[in-house]
Write a protein that binds this ligand. Structure first.
Ligand code: TMP
Length: 238
C-alpha cells in the first residue's frame, strides 16, 4: 500500500490517502490537547500506544459484530483504515459519573449508574462540541434516524465489550467517547480511536486515574499511566 498525500491533520492524528481510493492511512501523533485545544502538550509514546490499543480493541469488537474502519496495522504508529465520512457526532457512554457530567449536573465523580447513559455532542470545535439530542441530530441532518439507531445499538455493544475487557485488566471503565463513519456503500462503522485519550479508566483497586485526565488535570505520571494500561491489555487475551 502506497502512502500518498496528507488529507487532514487533527489534534492527535494525521490522515493520508493511498493508491486505493477506499483506503486511508492514519498516523498517530504524541501531541495532546485538552479543553478544545486550549491546553497543549505532548505525551511521549502516546501515538504508539493509542494506535496499538485501538487496533486490538477494534479487532475484538469486529468479533462481537461491530463493524469498524480497521484494516491492517502497518507500523507502530500507522494503520490502514477504510475511508469513511465521519458522522459529526461524538457518542459518549457513561457508567460512572465524572468529567462534564459531574460538572453539568453538580454531582460528585464516582457515582455508579444502574444503567449506562448515552449522549451525543455535535462534533464542531468552533461551537465547542455542544450537547444535542436525537431530534436535534436529525434536524441538523447529521444522520438519519435509522443511522442513529444503528449507532446507539453499536455503542452499547462497545460498552459491554470494553467494560469486560478492562475488568479483566483490573481497570474500571468509567466513560468513553466514540465516533462512527459511513463507507462509500453507506455502511456505518466504528471509526476514530479507542484509547486512554478517549476513555476514562480507573484502577479497580486503588481508583487511580489511568487515562488522559492525568494530562487534563496536571496529575503527573501521564506516560506511565498510558504504558500501564497498555501493558495490562496486552497481558489480557482478547
Ligand atoms: P466529558 O466528561 O469531558 O464529557 O468526557 C466524556 C468522555 O469522552 C471521556 O472519556 C473523555 C472523552 N472525550 C474525548 O474523547 N474527547 C473530548 O474532546 C472530550 C471532551 C472527551
Amino acid at each position: 500500500m502506497e502512502k500518498k498525500n496528507q488529507l487532514y491533520e487533527g489534534k492527535a492524528k494525521k490522515v493520508y490517502e493511498t493508491d486505493d481510493p477506499e483506503v486511508l492511512i492514519v498516523s498517530y501523533k504524541d501531541d495532546a490537547t485538552a479543553f478544545n485545544g486550549l491546553k497543549k502538550g505532548s505525551i511521549t509514546g502516546k501515538g504508539v500506544i493509542n494506535n496499538q490499543m485501538s487496533n486490538l480493541l477494534m479487532q475484538g469488537l469486529e468479533k462481537k459484530g461491530v463493524p469498524t474502519h480497521y484494516i491492517e496495522e502497518l507500523s507502530e504508529r500507522e494503520t490502514a483504515v477504510k475511508r469513511v465520512k465521519i458522522l459529526p457526532l461524538e457518542v459518549i457512554i457513561r457508567n460512572i459519573s465524572a468529567g462534564s457530567f459531574s460538572k453539568r449536573y453538580g454531582v460528585e465523580e464516582g457515582i455508579v449508574f444502574d444503567n449506562p447513559t448515552i449522549e451525543f455532542s455535535y462534533k464542531n470545535d468552533d461551537l465547542g462540541d455542544p450537547l444535542l439530542n436525537d431530534d436535534h441530530a436529525i434536524a441538523l441532518k447529521l444522520c438519519t434516524r435509522e443511522e442513529l439507531e444503528t449507532v446507539k445499538k453499536y455503542a452499547f455493544i462497545v460498552n459491554d465489550f470494553l467494560k469486560d475487557v478492562w475488568k479483566t485488566c483490573g481497570v474500571t471503565l468509567v466513560d468513553f467517547k466514540i465516533e462512527f463513519g459511513k463507507t462509500s456503500d453507506g455502511t456505518i462503522v466504528l471509526a476514530d480511536e479507542i484509547s486512554p485519550d478517549t476513555c476514562r479508566l480507573w484502577d479497580s483497586k486503588t481508583g487511580e486515574k489511568l487515562d488522559k485526565d492525568r494530562f487534563r488535570r496536571d496529575l503527573g505520571g501521564v506516560e506511565e499511566a498510558y504504558a500501564e494500561v497498555m501493558k495490562r491489555l496486552r497481558q489480557a487475551s482478547l
